[in-house]
Write a protein that binds this ligand. Sequence first.
Ligand code: G3P
Length: 214
Amino acid sequence: MEFFLDTASLDEIAAARKQGLIDGVTTNPTLLSREGGDWQEQARKICDTVDGPVSLEVVGTKAEDMVREAEHLVTFGNNVVVKIPMIAEGLVATRELEARGIRTNVTLVFSAMQALLAAKAGATYVSPFVGRLDGIGQSGMEVVSQIRTIFDNYGMNTKILVASVRSPNHVLEGALLGADVATVPYKVITQLTQHPLTDSGLEAFLNDWKKLTE
Ligand code: G3P
């Protein structure tokens, strides 16, 4: 399973890169707005820093606007993947971008049927938002499981990118279901490395060693 970092923060990207933990980055308008400043400059810096796909999202809602924005976004780096919202116009844009050789990440996916339509339109990635589904009392992982089954049934190459991750458990369950990628907030990446028994075990080893050597 590949790990993407769900962020627009260069500090978080630098910290995760140092640990060799990330294979790519996903951003969205909310994450870029949190960083402030010139979003284009920020997005270009992210593309320069990351050795792997960087998802940058369009904000148009008409297919022709999305395609125009996508053509601009891909000038930021050869690792750009264009995020397209899962609406009817988005499917038109995805089909057009696929024909132009531009990779897409169809975002705001909340059902397996939406994922199937995105895959049929030629999406490179589909992003089911598991945390937001759990948040309204539905099961995000059930949707991921359905998407995996459908893509496998028909030999579809579109990658399943588990998004809106809230906890290490979302990453674990995504991996068990065979999702291709999880895009993970920095806080959850940190949680993935930790276990209380690791900390208490290390403390005991170091104390015992101190007793032996002092
Ligand atoms: O980047 C897409 C997705 O991961 C956003 O998640 O936390 O806003 O539900 P969230």
